[in-house]
Design a protein around this ligand. Sequence first.
Ligand code: HEC
Ligand code: HEC
Length: 373
Amino acid sequence: MSIKLRNKHFTGVFVLLVGLVGVLSCSKDDGLPLAEEEEIPFAFRQPAFFPKAVESAIDPKTGIPSNPLTKAGVELGRRLFYDPLLSANKQVSCASCHHQSKGFSDGVALTTAGVSGKPLERHSPTLFNLAWADKGFFWDGGSTNLESQAFGPLTHADEMGMYLPVLVERLRADATYVELFQKAFGELPSEHRTAMALSQFQRMLISADAPYDFYRREEQPDALSAEQLRGLNLVRQKCGSCHAGELFTDNEFHNNGIDDDFGDGSHEGIYWGRYRITYNPLDLGAFKTPTLRNVMVSAPYMHDGRFKTIDEVLNHYRFDIKDTPVTASVLYQNKDQVGIPMTDKEVEDIKSFLNALTDETFLKSREFSSPFK
Ligand code: HEC
Ligand code: HEC
């Protein structure tokens, strides 16, 4: 019995190794025949302790994911992500608003980096661990999968302002893209495949190598200082019902009490939060819980970037949560009064711990950086 178990375990490791070797050796070899490259599955990383990643939509007929990751698909997606050719004026790429060094957020409250130069109505969120985002994308969850999400920024007049037939025309006129789409999908460039490749690249943006992870995986038992360990416990206790688990988000929508007025529905009702999608009155002012991973490099904060520093955020939770009928009940931690009580020392411990969620490997990885440099 025990031998059987061991064998099983061994086989698992073996398959993984073969997979890794395959990917490593391929990445050195640029001259692979096309058909072969198309088939090479990307070794998707499932970090220890993370929940199971959500795959792209499963095709009901075949039972296989509609957009399986391949080496060529991810590589194509990376190039598309960084290429301003995808915007009307050829000056804006996805990366104009999603900077790797900031966890793929952009450091400003409401960006004006789009083709129109007009400020957007929401703050650019971080982009990583999206393969675990199982409750929708955008601050209000208005988009259900990455494949369809991509058409939002591509076509929005204040983002990339692209007319999709022109995009396809441009990509088909570019010999490099024609070759890369062939490799990845065995087809000429199309809107649909563009969105699929962008999604493949984004599913590979995985951040799981912060000091916290080294501690959690017992790779470096002393990766966290005593102060940070206290901070970790405080975060689990006071924040963990929403900034939950290994992802430090439950991917759910909550009203965290930053407003007591949710607008009159003008501006497409964007101040309504999740209510704009569900029309459930309890979802008024509810937004998707952002992860706390890499939070120290992704200021400013909240769906409109209203808080410039982490101190402003913590002061909000301590002193300024608005008491409304839709404020999340877990924010009443002050003897049933609204607020999350924290002493000055606890605030320091929490901030110290949040630093241990900064994943330098991810923020600097060449794999996720611009292929044009
Ligand atoms: C002009 C700035 C800008 C550009 C260009 C841009 N984005 Fe964004 N991105 C944003 C903003 C702002 C949001 C939040 C919008 C919202 O929630 O309503 C966002 C949200 C997202 C999200 C949702 C993340 C989540 O966790 O909910 C994804 C994914 C994303 N962008 C990918 C892309 C891709 C792919 C491109 C290129 C095709 C792109 N973005 C181009 C500003 C931009
Ligand atoms: C009721 C669930 C809930 C609890 C409890 C909670 N948060 Fe949040 N948090 C949210 C939501 C939802 C947002 C986004 C709100 C928005 O954008 O309008 C958020 C935003 C944040 C942000 C901004 C992140 C970004 O990228 O913009 C930080 C930092 C943060 N919370 C830290 C904390 C800390 C620290 C605690 C505990 C002291 C805590 N939160 C408790 C739900 C919660």
